[in-house]
Design a protein around this ligand. Structure first.
Ligand code: MG
Ligand code: ZN
Length: 423
């Protein structure tokens, strides 16, 4: 009894560090799908995943009441970062477009380090709602400018920013990269530099013009994992830190109704969470919370009255469906069944290859490839947009128990503010 109490007491200590992870668009169908995608078919049981191990509670995602219950990433991230529900498109502002204090700003006021690690552009809706205020997520340049111009007690809001988006930071009208460099930031544009960051200097790392490449097109260490490890190591300090980690492109795969890309993005997030879980559970001063902002695409595992979902057909793709389509669109000869078989890693019949006749543009070829994958795997989609289903919350470390219930997204922010104030 005494021993158990001691463990509880140690784990109840307020976290000094908070790692907030968001799987953009990652509704329950994605975490379930990932379990079957990773299932070892040579064992009788279905193996559990990192998501199963960390599962803590459920979260409703609706924006302000008048919006039909389906949120976008901006309103959801504002709810998660400030504790206030707002309108779709809002970046860190309330329904009257007034700025709301964010978790990152409060952390900075308290002398902690802050950072963001994302696979989208760093000024995309989710990270922007933690570090900026704007009436519209579409004002990408203004949001990028604010990362340099807006300060908390004279300090930049973020000590570390890793992701994509160089086209918004190096523009004809303003070169924010050189401004950051002059302000003593170290700038990197190559992921291999992540392991040799100078801990004494803040970091800006932009590894793509917009979003990072699909995980399926990456032959090196997964991007989110590599950036998250570097982020954690860089931010560690005596006063603590708050880090946002976003698997941004699960959502993009969902919008495209691309199950192959979605599962690969899930794998990068799963590897990242596995590393973070191990990191957090080997110390007693850090809280890891992971959730989604909403679900995307109306993904179903099984479709059309057919009782099967077969993710094994996603295992042998040589590249992302988008990249395969781009390559096929640039050849002069007809697309053959053998070519498709080689690229997709499952047998395509001549009859199926005939469906590509007359399709010469990338978009149309991409659509047809996705239809083939959906019919083999029996994957269903009901939307190219978001849906209003509740999402899950996953947590471990100091204070993780607080999320063990049904909550709405603003409750997560309120709880994290309490943790910050308790320090
Ligand atoms: Mg996002
Ligand atoms: Zn989306």
């Amino acid at each position: 009894m005494v021993w158990a109490d001691l463990i509880l007491t140690a784990k109840d200590k307020l976290a000094k560090n908070i790692i907030m992870v968001i799987g953009d668009g990652m509704g329950p169908a994605y975490t379930t799908g990932y379990r079957y995608y990773m299932d070892n078919i040579n064992t009788p049981q279905v193996e559990t995943t990192i998501f199963d191990k960390l599962l803590t509670g459920m979260v409703s995602t609706y924006p302000v009441n008048s919006q039909g219950y389906v949120t976008d990433s901006a309103a959801a991230a504002t709810a998660l970062s400030t504790g206030y529900k707002t309108y779709n498109g809002a970046i860190g502002v309330d329904v009257n477009k007034k700025p709301l204090l964010t978790l990152m700003e409060r952390a900075k006021q308290l002398g902690k380090k802050t950072g963001l690690v994302v696979t989208s552009q760093i000024n995309h809706a989710t990270p922007a709602a933690y570090f900026s205020h704007n009436e519209s997520r579409k004002n990408y340049n203004e949001i990028a400018d604010s990362y340099f111009d807006d300060k908390i007690n004279g300090h930049f809001k973020a000590n570390l920013m890793l992701g994509g988006g160089s086209k918004y930071f190096i523009r004809p009208d303003r070169n924010l990269v050189s401004e950051f460099k002059q302000a003593d930031f170290q700038y990197i544009d190559d992921l291999s530099k992540l392991t040799s960051l100078n801990k004494q200097q803040p970091v800006l790392g932009l590894f793509a013009e917009v979003g990072l490449p699909w995980t399926l097109d990456n032959k090196n260490e997964n991007h989110l994992l590599a950036m998250a490890k570097a982020g954690v190591r860089h931010l560690e300090n005596n006063e603590g830190y708050v880090l946002l980690v976003e698997a941004s492109q699960i959502d993009w795969a969902g919008h495209s109704n691309d199950i192959a890309a979605a599962m690969a993005e899930m794998q990068d997030l799963a590897e990242t969470l596995t590393w973070l879980k191990n990191y957090v559970e080997n110390r007693d001063d850090t809280l890891l919370v992971a959730t989604a902002d909403h679900s995307t695409g109306g993904l179903t595992l099984g479709a059309n009255g057919d009782y099967r979902w077969q993710p094994e057909f996603l295992k042998n793709l040589t590249a992302s469906p988008k990249s395969i389509a781009t390559k096929l669109a640039h050849q002069n000869t007809a697309i053959s069944a053998q070519q498709l078989t080689d690229a997709l890693g499952f047998i395509i019949t001549d009859q199926e290859a005939n469906l590509f006749i007359g399709r010469s543009d990338e978009k149309s070829i991409y659509e047809q490839i996705k239809l083939l994958i959906d019919s083999r795997t029996n994957t269903g989609w009901t939307s190219g947009g978001h849906t209003g289903i509740d999402v899950q919350v996953f947590a471990t470390g100091n204070g993780a128990k607080a999320f063990n219930r049904h909550q709405t997204n603003t409750d997560i922010a309120k709880q994290l503010f309490l943790v910050l104030e308790g320090n």
